[in-house]
Design a protein around this ligand. Structure first.
Ligand code: DLL
Length: 440
């Protein structure tokens, strides 16, 4: 079979040369972060590390880890290594306490993003002759503009369809004849539902490929999307802190995702000890930005779980492959592509005042869409109030949570002392979607 590439030279570079390239980049990056970012200067000084101690990519193990908490502590711009004059784009993703995680890009960073996203699309076979329909949110979320920059870099005609209004999306799919689609896998199934419910033949669409990610999805979902939308699908992975989508991508061999290792160095560690796992074992994925300028994170702990695939890929790419993501080590939920921490819901309830501290978050999947329900226990005083006051309370909670998360939510008020009490760690989340990726 003939495989496709956007940048065959970079993607199939012999590993010894890749290692030299990574080493040079890391030596430079260690100097930059030490000199330009007070947080890293302190982190290096605390362990007696000098930038000159980093001479080879193997020395990466000497560098300290960076955590999401460090992003919060340095909100919004204190981890930037360049002056704002050099920053040309800002994105953000939700954080735990209402503060977003803010990320910045220089013009060069946007070029890297365009490059890795073009590789992502190119790995599926997309060329300048294609037309791309991008139904990720175009906004602070990195999905829309990230998809767009990749599509434009490859030279494809790019439709910034953004999210919502499935009827309109389907009209665009029928009339503008896009050949590839980018959205969350659950939204791809919503589109499939819509066309079936409205008796629209899939033959009226021209889709050849779909690039789906931003949330976990199983091999079963992949097969279902491919069958119902009549396209070949590819998993795309990324996180805002590192660049957005394009950090790792699936090729036409469809076995795992290649990491763009000339830009993002990957380690897989035991989340408890911080040591490398044995080859081929599951662990927490850690990335170092080797080439980024505005936000060059070092050994960033993603909390995402995956493992390396050691066999060479038939596609000829030399960049490490990892398996589909198997979940997270922390309590972050991904609901319709939106990152949600239970503590965000708690913060909203606490801010409303006079609320019981007992609540539970339930996540379900209705059809193909994730739904979020928050059970809130009434205090004794609330319990005795009038029904219309309770209705108002329910609306108030719902709109406060919705505006914090940007997600529709169903609030259910429950009687005092009905939410199960736990000794020790409370179980705040009941996730009924439960998918076990390791079974795939
Ligand atoms: O979700 C970037 C993205 C946009 C990726 C569009 C792919 C497509 P964040 O909002 O910062 O960025 O969320 C990052 O989402 O740490 C994972 O937990 C999860 N995630 C992203 N892609 C996948 C995937 C974007 N393919 C967080 N499979 C990450 C499983 C994914 N989880």
């Amino acid at each position: 079979m003939e495989y496709h590439y956007y940048n065959k030279y970079a993607e199939t570079m012999p590993r010894d040369l890749l290692r030299v390239q990574q080493s040079k980049a890391l030596v430079n990056q260690a100097k930059v972060v030490y000199e330009k970012i007070p947080f890293y200067k302190k982190a290096f000084d605390d362990i007696g590390l000098k930038p000159e101690d980093i001479r080879d990519i193997g020395d990466i193990k000497k560098l300290p880890y960076t955590n999401k908490q460090d992003m919060r502590d340095n909100y919004p711009y204190d981890l930037f290594a360049v002056p704002m004059g050099d920053v040309v784009r800002i994105h953000a993703s939700s954080g735990t306490t209402g503060k977003q995680t803010v990320v910045g890009y220089t013009r060069h960073d946007l070029d890297i993003w365009g490059e890795v996203m073009a590789r992502t699309l190119g790995a599926g076979g997309v060329t300048a002759a294609d037309i791309g329909h991008i139904s990720y949110g175009w906004g602070l979320f990195t999905g829309g503009l990230g998809g767009g920059i990749g599509s434009e870099t490859i030279g494809a005609a790019t439709i910034p369809a953004s999210v919502g209004n499935t009827k309109r999306q389907v009209t665009i799919l029928q009339d503008f004849k896009p050949t590839f689609l980018l959205c969350t896998p659950s939204y791809a199934l919503t589109i499939a539902d819509y066309i079936e419910e409205n008796k629209i033949s899939v033959d009226t669409l021209s889709l050849k490929y779909g690039f789906f990610g931003a949330e976990p999805w199983t091999t079963q979902m992949k097969q279902e999307i491919e069958r119902r939308l009549n396209l070949q699908s590819f998993d795309i992975y990324g996180l805002s802190e590192i660049i957005g989508p394009g950090v790792a991508y699936e090729c036409e061999a469809h076995e795992g995702l290649h990491v763009a290792e000339d830009h993002f160095y990957i380690e897989i560690i035991d989340p408890d000890t911080g040591e490398d796992v044995k080859d081929g074992e599951y662990g927490e994925v850690v990335f170092t930005c080797l080439t980024k300028e505005a936000l060059p994170l070092i050994r960033y702990r993603t909390h995402d779980i995956s493992k390396k695939i050691s066999e060479p890929c038939p596609c000829g790419r030399t960049h490490t492959r990892i398996t589909k993501f198997a979940g997270r080590t922390d309590d972050m939920l991904i609901i319709r592509g939106v990152n949600v921490f239970p503590s965000q819901v708690e913060a909203v309830l606490m801010e409303l005042g006079d609320m019981s501290p007992f609540y539970q978050i339930q996540v379900d999947r209705e059809g193909n869409l994730d739904t979020l329900t928050v059970l809130v226990e009434l205090t004794e005083a609330q319990f005795t109030s009038e029904i219309h006051d309770l209705e108002a309370l329910k609306r108030k909670i719902g709109s406060a949570i919705q505006s914090m998360l940007g997600l529709a939510v169903t609030v259910r008020l429950v009687n005092p002392k009905t939410i199960t009490r736990f000794e020790g760690k409370a179980q705040r989340v009941v996730d009924n979607r439960a998918v076990d990726f390791r079974a795939n």
